[in-house]
Design a binder for this molecule. Structure first.
Ligand code: PEP
Ligand code: MN
Length: 342
């Protein structure tokens, strides 16, 4: 069980909750991220008396008392109170940073990838994305360049210094992709592929786990638990929209999971506004919303000529769109930092 304090809760309010929990026989521990303070019960202790829950929730400064699912353990905030911070080369995900991952949906050619990599690097992106093995709804669509795509990603990393994120489609390819990638992506369609989760978890490299398009938050965290159960400790969750009745957008971005994940888990969570909407013009406003909701970063698709892209052109940013997005994100970060705590 985790007591989540309101943003800007006073230290005296935190101290009062700690004292209250001590009087009930616990050894509470306190941790804070960029926005909030969390208090765990600490140690095995007695199970929390239901009658006390109401009083605890009403204490000044308390926002929520989060009770994690009994099904996931290692990814739960009650297992590890401080945020997980993931280091990839010189880049960091989590711990108050706002990490930007950008690049084409698919690696199509040397020119396309290298050109994009330099533009996003100069605009201030942190990591380069690009699919070499593509999960496509139709077997007749472009399936990716395979290992040649991985080689191009490695070349782009050598040239620009940007670490690379790329998708693993099946367990047998996991070791090959891991030879080239800094972060292994598990796509939405594979979030429930338990054999793949186990194979990727065993490799113990950072993993970008995308939410299944019909997965509940609990199923999402359980997929991360699969990775942890194989020894992987560096998992970045990615909210990429879920399927709803709404057809105007490709999916519906579920931003509510951002603060919920922060309550329930210590893992970082980023947002993919491109797959969430399928529409380029919605990427900037939803990137701003992701930042304001407390996400640890975004992943966006960028293409030199989206109208000629072999996949996901309509949701890919042009170079100038991406430059503008980086400027806007920086401005919003500054504005948020200037806001007085309430
Ligand atoms: C992707 O990021 O390239 C991708 C295929 O996304 P998703 O798995 O979220 O559909
Ligand atoms: Mn895509």
């Amino acid at each position: 069980m985790i007591v989540v304090m309101k943003e800007g809760a006073a230290t005296t309010e935190v101290a009062a909750v700690v004292e209250h929990l001590r009087n009930l026989g616990y050894q509470p521990q306190v941790a804070a991220d960029a926005l909030k303070t969390y208090i765990s019960l600490g140690g095995p202790g007695p199970s929390f008396p239901a009658a006390e829950l109401h009083e605890l929730k009403r204490m000044p400064g308390v926002e929520e008392v989060a009770i994690p699912s009994p099904h996931y353990k290692l990814v739960a905030r009650s297992h590890q109170l401080p945020d997980t911070i993931i280091h990839i080369g010189e880049k960091t995900i989590g711990g108050g940073r706002f990490t930007v991952i950008a690049g084409p949906c698919s690696v199509e050619s040397r020119e396309q990838l290298l050109g994009t990599a330099w533009v996003i690097k100069e605009a201030g992106a942190d990591l380069l994305r690009g699919g070499a093995f593509k999960p496509r709804s139709s077997p007749y669509s472009f399936q990716g360049l395979g290992e040649e795509g991985l080689r191009l990603l490695a070349e782009a990393r050598r040239e620009t210094g940007l670490p690379v994120v790329t998708e693993v489609l099946s367990p047998e390819y996991a070791p090959l992709v891991a030879e080239y990638a800094d972060v292994l992506q598990i796509g939405s369609r594979n979030m429930h592929n338990f054999a793949l989760l186990r194979a990727v978890g065993e490799i113990r490299k950072p993993v970008l786990l995308k939410r299944g398009m019909a997965a509940t938050l609990e199923e999402f965290l359980l997929a991360a638990e699969y990775l942890f159960s194989e020894g992987c400790r560096e998992v970045i969750l990615c909210e990429r929209g879920i399927r709803t009745f709404e057809r105007t957008t490709r999916n519906t971005l579920d931003l509510g999971v951002i603060p919920l994940v922060k309550q329930l888990s210590h893992l970082p969570i980023i947002v993919d506004p491109c797959h969430a909407t399928g529409r380029r013009e919605l990427v900037l406003p939803l990137s701003r919303a992701a930042l304001a909701a407390g996400a640890d970063g975004i992943m966006v698709e960028v293409h030199p000529q989206p109208e000629k892209a072999l996949s996901d052109g309509p949701q890919s940013l042009r170079f100038d769109d991406f430059r503008r997005l980086m400027v806007e994100v920086r401005r919003l970060r500054e504005a948020l930092q200037d806001l007085p705590a309430t």
